[in-house]
Write a protein that binds this ligand. Structure first.
Ligand SMILES: Nc1ncnc2c1ncn2[C@@H]1O[C@H](COP(=O)(O)OP(=O)(O)O)[C@@H](O)[C@H]1O
Ligand SMILES: [Mg+2]
Length: 256
Protein backbone atom coordinates (compact mmCIF):
# COMPACT_ATOMS: atom_id res chain seq x y z
CA UNK A 1 0.00 0.00 0.00
CA UNK A 2 1.08 3.53 -0.65
CA UNK A 3 -0.81 6.38 0.92
CA UNK A 4 -0.66 10.05 0.09
CA UNK A 5 -2.59 12.86 1.70
CA UNK A 6 -5.88 11.84 0.12
CA UNK A 7 -6.21 8.11 -0.45
CA UNK A 8 -4.53 4.71 -0.60
CA UNK A 9 -3.53 2.52 -3.52
CA UNK A 10 -3.02 -1.22 -3.40
CA UNK A 11 0.41 -2.19 -4.70
CA UNK A 12 -0.78 -5.72 -5.49
CA UNK A 13 -3.98 -4.97 -7.43
CA UNK A 14 -3.89 -5.71 -11.14
CA UNK A 15 -2.98 -2.63 -13.23
CA UNK A 16 -5.86 -0.91 -15.03
CA UNK A 17 -3.42 0.51 -17.58
CA UNK A 18 -0.34 -1.23 -18.93
CA UNK A 19 2.04 0.15 -21.54
CA UNK A 20 4.68 -2.40 -22.54
CA UNK A 21 7.45 -1.43 -24.92
CA UNK A 22 5.41 1.34 -26.51
CA UNK A 23 7.08 3.38 -29.25
CA UNK A 24 5.54 6.02 -31.47
CA UNK A 25 6.79 8.14 -34.38
CA UNK A 26 5.15 10.95 -36.28
CA UNK A 27 6.71 10.78 -39.73
CA UNK A 28 10.45 10.64 -39.23
CA UNK A 29 10.25 11.97 -35.66
CA UNK A 30 10.35 9.39 -32.92
CA UNK A 31 8.35 10.82 -30.02
CA UNK A 32 8.13 7.79 -27.69
CA UNK A 33 10.76 5.11 -27.23
CA UNK A 34 10.04 1.85 -25.39
CA UNK A 35 7.69 3.20 -22.73
CA UNK A 36 6.84 0.75 -19.95
CA UNK A 37 4.27 1.93 -17.45
CA UNK A 38 1.59 0.43 -15.19
CA UNK A 39 -1.21 2.35 -13.50
CA UNK A 40 -3.03 0.73 -10.57
CA UNK A 41 -6.69 1.09 -9.63
CA UNK A 42 -7.21 4.31 -7.71
CA UNK A 43 -3.73 5.56 -8.50
CA UNK A 44 -3.04 9.20 -9.33
CA UNK A 45 -0.16 9.27 -11.78
CA UNK A 46 1.24 12.67 -12.71
CA UNK A 47 3.34 13.11 -15.85
CA UNK A 48 5.78 16.01 -15.86
CA UNK A 49 8.46 17.08 -18.32
CA UNK A 50 9.40 19.74 -20.82
CA UNK A 51 7.19 20.67 -23.75
CA UNK A 52 7.59 18.13 -26.54
CA UNK A 53 8.80 15.33 -24.25
CA UNK A 54 5.83 13.12 -25.21
CA UNK A 55 3.42 13.54 -22.27
CA UNK A 56 0.30 14.22 -24.35
CA UNK A 57 1.13 11.38 -26.70
CA UNK A 58 1.30 8.93 -23.77
CA UNK A 59 -2.07 10.19 -22.54
CA UNK A 60 -3.65 10.05 -25.98
CA UNK A 61 -2.45 6.47 -26.48
CA UNK A 62 -3.92 5.49 -23.10
CA UNK A 63 -7.23 7.13 -24.03
CA UNK A 64 -7.38 5.35 -27.38
CA UNK A 65 -7.08 8.61 -29.33
CA UNK A 66 -3.74 7.60 -30.84
CA UNK A 67 -2.30 4.18 -31.61
CA UNK A 68 1.16 2.97 -30.67
CA UNK A 69 3.48 1.83 -33.49
CA UNK A 70 4.91 -1.01 -31.42
CA UNK A 71 4.30 -2.54 -28.01
CA UNK A 72 1.17 -3.44 -26.10
CA UNK A 73 -1.39 -1.12 -24.54
CA UNK A 74 -3.95 -2.57 -22.14
CA UNK A 75 -6.60 -0.33 -20.62
CA UNK A 76 -9.37 -1.79 -18.52
CA UNK A 77 -8.47 -5.19 -20.02
CA UNK A 78 -9.04 -3.90 -23.57
CA UNK A 79 -6.02 -4.45 -25.85
CA UNK A 80 -5.79 -1.04 -27.52
CA UNK A 81 -2.94 -2.32 -29.72
CA UNK A 82 -5.60 -4.47 -31.42
CA UNK A 83 -7.20 -1.98 -33.82
CA UNK A 84 -10.38 -4.07 -34.01
CA UNK A 85 -10.96 -3.76 -30.28
CA UNK A 86 -9.59 -0.29 -29.55
CA UNK A 87 -13.01 1.36 -29.75
CA UNK A 88 -14.27 -0.69 -26.80
CA UNK A 89 -12.53 1.76 -24.49
CA UNK A 90 -14.63 4.70 -25.61
CA UNK A 91 -17.15 5.66 -22.99
CA UNK A 92 -15.08 4.04 -20.23
CA UNK A 93 -12.51 6.80 -19.94
CA UNK A 94 -12.97 10.53 -19.50
CA UNK A 95 -10.68 13.17 -20.88
CA UNK A 96 -10.23 16.80 -19.92
CA UNK A 97 -8.10 19.09 -22.07
CA UNK A 98 -6.63 22.56 -21.75
CA UNK A 99 -9.46 23.90 -23.93
CA UNK A 100 -12.91 23.30 -22.44
CA UNK A 101 -14.71 22.95 -25.80
CA UNK A 102 -18.19 23.62 -24.41
CA UNK A 103 -21.02 24.41 -26.80
CA UNK A 104 -21.61 28.17 -26.34
CA UNK A 105 -25.32 27.95 -27.17
CA UNK A 106 -25.97 25.29 -24.53
CA UNK A 107 -26.18 25.75 -20.76
CA UNK A 108 -23.85 23.94 -18.38
CA UNK A 109 -26.58 21.35 -17.89
CA UNK A 110 -27.21 21.16 -21.63
CA UNK A 111 -23.53 20.51 -22.34
CA UNK A 112 -23.36 17.64 -19.85
CA UNK A 113 -26.72 16.22 -20.85
CA UNK A 114 -25.82 16.20 -24.54
CA UNK A 115 -22.76 14.04 -23.86
CA UNK A 116 -24.98 11.47 -22.13
CA UNK A 117 -27.68 11.42 -24.79
CA UNK A 118 -25.06 11.01 -27.51
CA UNK A 119 -22.55 8.67 -25.85
CA UNK A 120 -24.92 6.70 -23.66
CA UNK A 121 -28.16 6.97 -25.61
CA UNK A 122 -29.87 7.93 -22.36
CA UNK A 123 -33.36 9.37 -22.29
CA UNK A 124 -33.43 13.16 -21.76
CA UNK A 125 -34.93 12.73 -18.28
CA UNK A 126 -32.32 10.19 -17.13
CA UNK A 127 -29.53 12.22 -18.72
CA UNK A 128 -30.69 15.34 -16.92
CA UNK A 129 -30.69 13.58 -13.55
CA UNK A 130 -27.23 12.14 -14.11
CA UNK A 131 -25.92 15.47 -15.40
CA UNK A 132 -27.17 17.30 -12.30
CA UNK A 133 -25.35 14.78 -10.11
CA UNK A 134 -22.15 15.38 -12.08
CA UNK A 135 -22.53 19.17 -11.80
CA UNK A 136 -23.09 18.78 -8.09
CA UNK A 137 -19.89 16.80 -7.81
CA UNK A 138 -17.89 19.71 -9.27
CA UNK A 139 -19.79 22.22 -7.11
CA UNK A 140 -21.80 23.80 -9.91
CA UNK A 141 -25.38 22.63 -9.33
CA UNK A 142 -26.44 26.26 -8.82
CA UNK A 143 -24.96 27.26 -12.18
CA UNK A 144 -26.65 24.51 -14.19
CA UNK A 145 -28.71 26.95 -16.25
CA UNK A 146 -25.83 29.31 -17.00
CA UNK A 147 -24.27 29.52 -20.45
CA UNK A 148 -20.48 29.20 -20.84
CA UNK A 149 -20.18 32.96 -21.45
CA UNK A 150 -21.78 33.53 -18.03
CA UNK A 151 -19.20 31.30 -16.30
CA UNK A 152 -15.59 31.95 -15.36
CA UNK A 153 -12.83 29.89 -17.00
CA UNK A 154 -12.51 27.82 -13.84
CA UNK A 155 -16.25 27.14 -13.80
CA UNK A 156 -16.23 26.24 -17.51
CA UNK A 157 -13.44 23.74 -16.91
CA UNK A 158 -15.43 22.27 -14.02
CA UNK A 159 -18.39 21.83 -16.40
CA UNK A 160 -16.01 20.02 -18.78
CA UNK A 161 -14.96 17.76 -15.89
CA UNK A 162 -18.63 17.13 -15.05
CA UNK A 163 -19.25 16.24 -18.71
CA UNK A 164 -16.43 13.68 -18.59
CA UNK A 165 -17.57 12.31 -15.19
CA UNK A 166 -21.20 11.95 -16.17
CA UNK A 167 -20.56 8.81 -18.23
CA UNK A 168 -19.08 7.24 -15.06
CA UNK A 169 -15.63 6.53 -16.50
CA UNK A 170 -13.27 4.05 -14.87
CA UNK A 171 -10.29 6.30 -15.60
CA UNK A 172 -9.91 10.07 -15.97
CA UNK A 173 -7.20 11.72 -18.06
CA UNK A 174 -6.26 15.37 -17.63
CA UNK A 175 -3.99 17.10 -20.14
CA UNK A 176 -2.90 20.48 -18.80
CA UNK A 177 -6.44 21.11 -17.57
CA UNK A 178 -5.43 24.28 -15.74
CA UNK A 179 -2.97 25.75 -18.26
CA UNK A 180 -5.46 28.10 -19.94
CA UNK A 181 -6.75 29.51 -16.64
CA UNK A 182 -5.89 32.73 -14.88
CA UNK A 183 -3.75 31.87 -11.86
CA UNK A 184 -6.48 32.72 -9.35
CA UNK A 185 -8.84 30.18 -10.99
CA UNK A 186 -6.44 27.22 -10.96
CA UNK A 187 -7.20 26.27 -7.34
CA UNK A 188 -10.92 25.58 -7.83
CA UNK A 189 -10.11 23.12 -10.62
CA UNK A 190 -7.27 21.34 -8.81
CA UNK A 191 -9.56 21.13 -5.77
CA UNK A 192 -12.15 19.23 -7.85
CA UNK A 193 -9.38 16.95 -9.13
CA UNK A 194 -8.19 16.33 -5.60
CA UNK A 195 -11.78 15.39 -4.64
CA UNK A 196 -11.87 12.79 -7.42
CA UNK A 197 -8.57 11.37 -6.18
CA UNK A 198 -10.02 11.14 -2.66
CA UNK A 199 -13.02 9.27 -4.05
CA UNK A 200 -10.67 6.65 -5.51
CA UNK A 201 -10.75 7.64 -9.18
CA UNK A 202 -7.85 6.32 -11.27
CA UNK A 203 -6.26 9.41 -12.81
CA UNK A 204 -3.42 10.16 -15.20
CA UNK A 205 -2.61 13.85 -15.10
CA UNK A 206 -0.28 15.96 -17.23
CA UNK A 207 0.30 19.21 -15.39
CA UNK A 208 2.69 22.05 -14.72
CA UNK A 209 1.16 22.50 -11.27
CA UNK A 210 3.98 21.11 -9.17
CA UNK A 211 1.99 21.77 -5.99
CA UNK A 212 -0.74 19.44 -7.23
CA UNK A 213 1.84 16.84 -8.27
CA UNK A 214 3.53 16.95 -4.91
CA UNK A 215 0.39 16.87 -2.78
CA UNK A 216 -1.92 14.60 -4.75
CA UNK A 217 0.15 12.24 -6.91
CA UNK A 218 0.89 8.71 -5.80
CA UNK A 219 3.64 8.61 -8.37
CA UNK A 220 5.35 11.22 -10.51
CA UNK A 221 6.78 10.26 -13.89
CA UNK A 222 9.36 12.59 -15.41
CA UNK A 223 9.52 12.33 -19.20
CA UNK A 224 12.44 13.53 -21.26
CA UNK A 225 12.67 13.29 -25.04
CA UNK A 226 10.21 10.41 -25.35
CA UNK A 227 11.49 8.25 -22.52
CA UNK A 228 10.68 7.91 -18.82
CA UNK A 229 13.82 9.41 -17.33
CA UNK A 230 12.79 8.98 -13.70
CA UNK A 231 9.75 8.07 -11.64
CA UNK A 232 8.82 7.67 -8.01
CA UNK A 233 6.80 9.00 -5.12
CA UNK A 234 6.47 12.79 -5.21
CA UNK A 235 8.72 13.38 -2.20
CA UNK A 236 11.46 11.37 -3.84
CA UNK A 237 11.20 13.17 -7.19
CA UNK A 238 10.88 16.65 -5.72
CA UNK A 239 13.29 16.36 -2.79
CA UNK A 240 15.94 13.90 -3.95
CA UNK A 241 15.79 13.61 -7.75
CA UNK A 242 18.51 11.33 -9.09
CA UNK A 243 18.53 12.16 -12.78
CA UNK A 244 20.44 15.24 -13.90
CA UNK A 245 17.65 16.19 -16.31
CA UNK A 246 14.99 15.88 -13.61
CA UNK A 247 17.05 18.24 -11.45
CA UNK A 248 17.40 20.75 -14.29
CA UNK A 249 13.70 20.59 -15.16
CA UNK A 250 12.57 21.06 -11.55
CA UNK A 251 15.05 23.88 -11.10
CA UNK A 252 13.52 25.65 -14.11
CA UNK A 253 9.87 25.17 -13.20
CA UNK A 254 10.15 25.69 -9.45
CA UNK A 255 12.18 28.88 -9.94
CA UNK A 256 9.41 30.56 -11.89
N1 LIG B 1 -0.11 14.56 -34.53
C1 LIG B 1 1.20 14.88 -34.54
N2 LIG B 1 1.87 14.98 -35.72
C2 LIG B 1 3.17 15.27 -35.74
N3 LIG B 1 3.92 15.48 -34.65
C3 LIG B 1 3.33 15.38 -33.45
C4 LIG B 1 1.95 15.08 -33.34
N4 LIG B 1 1.62 15.06 -32.02
C5 LIG B 1 2.76 15.33 -31.36
N5 LIG B 1 3.79 15.52 -32.21
C6 LIG B 1 5.19 15.79 -31.82
O1 LIG B 1 5.58 14.81 -30.89
C7 LIG B 1 6.40 15.35 -29.87
C8 LIG B 1 5.79 15.07 -28.53
O2 LIG B 1 4.59 15.82 -28.43
P1 LIG B 1 3.64 15.77 -27.17
O3 LIG B 1 3.32 14.36 -26.82
O4 LIG B 1 2.51 16.67 -27.48
O5 LIG B 1 4.58 16.38 -26.02
P2 LIG B 1 4.20 17.15 -24.69
O6 LIG B 1 2.77 16.89 -24.38
O7 LIG B 1 5.14 16.59 -23.65
O8 LIG B 1 4.48 18.60 -24.94
C9 LIG B 1 6.57 16.81 -30.21
O9 LIG B 1 7.77 16.97 -30.91
C10 LIG B 1 5.38 17.11 -31.10
O10 LIG B 1 5.66 18.15 -31.99
MG1 LIG C 1 1.19 18.20 -24.21
Amino acid sequence: MTANATHTVSATAKPVITLAGVSKSFGATKVLTEINLDVRPGEVLVLIGASGSGKSTVLRIMAGLETADTGEVWVNEVPLHDARRAREIRGHVGMVFQQFNLFPHKTALGNVTLALIKARKMSPADARKRAMEALERVGLAERAEHYPSQLSGGQQQRVAIARALAVEPRIMFFDEATSALDPELVGEVTEVMRGLARDGMTMVVVTHEMGFARKTADRVVFMDKGVIAEQGEPEKIFVTPQNERTKQFLHRVLDH
